[in-house]
Each structure stands twice: as structure tokens, then as C-alpha cells.
Write a protein that binds this ligand. Sequence first.
Ligand SMILES: [Fe+2]
Ligand SMILES: [Fe+2]
Length: 412
Amino acid sequence: MKTGILGGTFNPIHNAHLSLGKAAKEQFKLDKLVFMPAARPAYKDPRQLVSFEDRMEMTRLAVEEVLGGEKNGYFLSDLEFKRPGNTYTCDTLAYLTKEEPDTEFYFIIGGDSLMWIDEWKDPANIVNKCTLLVAERGETRLRILKEKAESLKKTINARIEFIDYPCNFVSSSDIRRKIKSGDAKPTDLPSSVIDYIDKKELYGCCKDGKYFTADEIQAFTKDMEATLSTFRFQHSLGVAYTSAALAMVYGVAVDKATAAGLLHDSAKEIPHDEQERLCDQKGICLTDTERRLKQLIHGKLAAGLLQEKYGIKDEDFLNSIRNHVVGRPAMSRLEQIVFCADFLEPQRDFVMDPPLKDIRSLVFRDIDKATAMILKATIEFLREKGKEIDTSMETTFDYYKVFLDNEETVNP
Ligand SMILES: [Fe+2]
Ligand SMILES: [Fe+2]
């Protein structure tokens, strides 16, 4: 069995990815071609990264619509999401070759990755486990890459081939710009993916690139001032402007981040029993832990109420409110921003190690590491106090703890 793996952020998947997968499968007579969305991009990505679930679903739709899916040998894998720990290529390949010892793996990489392969974790081990298929579209670069491939063949016995595929310079960032301005066409990405993006309002595909107008944000502020205690309102303002500042750093829509910060605790001061009753009434599912620890419910309830009250449909926005209490694995950037801002806004005064001021500074440089530190500090605090910890928070921490050991990198 010959299996090709095409990994990528797929944010969103578009026609160039699909034609690359098809070309690789046909040229190298692969039995299977597996699209494998990355849960955590290996590099710092300031772009508007939507949730893993959305990227996975868009990939499924695209593979089905354009390539005919499994019946034609095109598969989808959520391995990068399910597998705990790092998502280094060598670990992915070690896992795959252990699971399927008789399969011959072909790993598709871009030209840049080949140039920098010496920087990868354990390149000799990678090339020992698969044939690298290189996708490169520029003629000049192709010559340089072929020289690089020759040298790798000699030094680490690498098997490297080049994929011949239709030249199409479309990039995910161009596509996101087109989506935002309503110009995305089926020549860029499959219509089922365009429909999905439209339906879920991903990538800010709404009013002039803005989801909320200044008047709407002002109205939210007034609403919160009228319904929350002074303390909670001040906290909400702090989360709003901390979220806005983080949104600027991480390339997320500032209006959405501001509004999410303002509204995240909008249901927090409703009495706990009433929160539970409202959730039951509106069909919002609660876990057993949430029924015991009712202080966890307010995020879910707020998302439901805001949807109803203001007609907000943007799933990423609602998720950032729904999941701000304990987070979840592979949060979108907006979700991470609200989660961190809730902990770090200027009124917070936790005594912790490392000091809060250090995490406040870190979050603007490395939000993944800051997320992990916040989760760790919260879990340790609850443990010290002998309080019950929601298993969802532990699951979130299991996902992010890998970033604790990361060398801190500066986001571009
Ligand atoms: Fe909250
Ligand atoms: Fe809060």
C-alpha cells in the first residue's frame, strides 16, 4: 500500500491544495492520499486561524466535492488533533509507520520546508520512514531545490521526488482577503467550502469586513453597564480592551475581540440555579461537572442568550464566549485571546509564580505559551485550595502544556 500524506493548516483549504493532492496521487500511483489538517501550526501564525473543527469540516467538504472522497482514494485524518504532544513530522511518521508497518509513506512538503529540512527535528529519521514529495512552483527555485535534494540524497540517504502540478499561485491569505470582500469564487475554492464559510461567517465575511459596528459595540457597553455590578462591568471593560490589543497583535478582527471581551461575562451574575434552568430551557447541554460546579455554566449560557438577543451567528465569536471559562483544545485565536484576556486584564491581581506581569508581557509575544501558563496556574491554584477541577480544563491543559517547553519565539 502506498499512502501519501498532505498536511497543512488548511485555513481554508482551496483549489491549489486539492490539485496538489490529486497530482501527487496520480504521478506516484498512490493508493491513498490523506489530507491531514494541522491542529497547531508548527510556526507562529498571526493569521486568522479558525478552529480545528471548522478547518476539518471545510477539508472534508472540499475533498468530497472535488476529488470524490474515499471511493476515489482521498481520505481525511484528524490524527494531528487526536495525538497528544508535539506535532513534529518525525513523530507523526513514527506513529503512522508503527500503526501501518506495511505501508509505504509519501510525505508532501513545500519547497521552503525542503530548504530548511536541516532545522527540522530528526531529519534523518524522517527520510528513513518516507519518501518526500516536494511541491514547488517556481522554475528558478526548482533548480536550487533539486541541488538541495541531491545533497540530502548523499548525506542522509533521502528519497526525494518533485511533484509536477498545475501552477496556481493562489494562497490561503489571498483567499481570506477575497472571502472578506465577498469575491471568493469556485475557481479559488470549492463552492461547498464557500457556502460553509458563508453560513458560519468565518474569516469576517460580513459588513465591510466588520462584524460589529461602532454603534453596536457602544450598545453592548451600555447594556453591560446597566445589567452588571460595577466590579463586573469594570472587569468586562478590561477584558474588552486587553482582547482588542491582542487582536491587533494576532491579526484577529478587533471589533469581534472587543465585543467578545465586553460580553463574555454577560450571564455571570444570573443566580446559579437560574443559569441551570435557562440552559435546560434553551436546550444548552450541561455536563455532570457543570451541574455540580455551576460557576462554570455562564460562558455557555451567555453564548446562547447573545445568539437569541442580538441575532449573533458568528460561531467563532460565540465559541470565544462559550469557552472562556475552561478553554478547550485547539482554540481559535479569538477564543485564546478572550481566554487569556479574562485572566490578564489590568484589574486582576493574582499572586503567582511566574508573576502576573510576566505573563501579561508574554501573551503579546507567545499566546500559546501564555495559555499553557494560565491553565497551569489555575489548576495548581484549585488543587492547593482542594477544589474540584473540571476535567475539561485538564483536557485543555493536556493539549497546551507542550508549549511550556517551547523556546519562546517572537510573533511576527
Ligand atoms: Fe467568566
Ligand atoms: Fe471574566
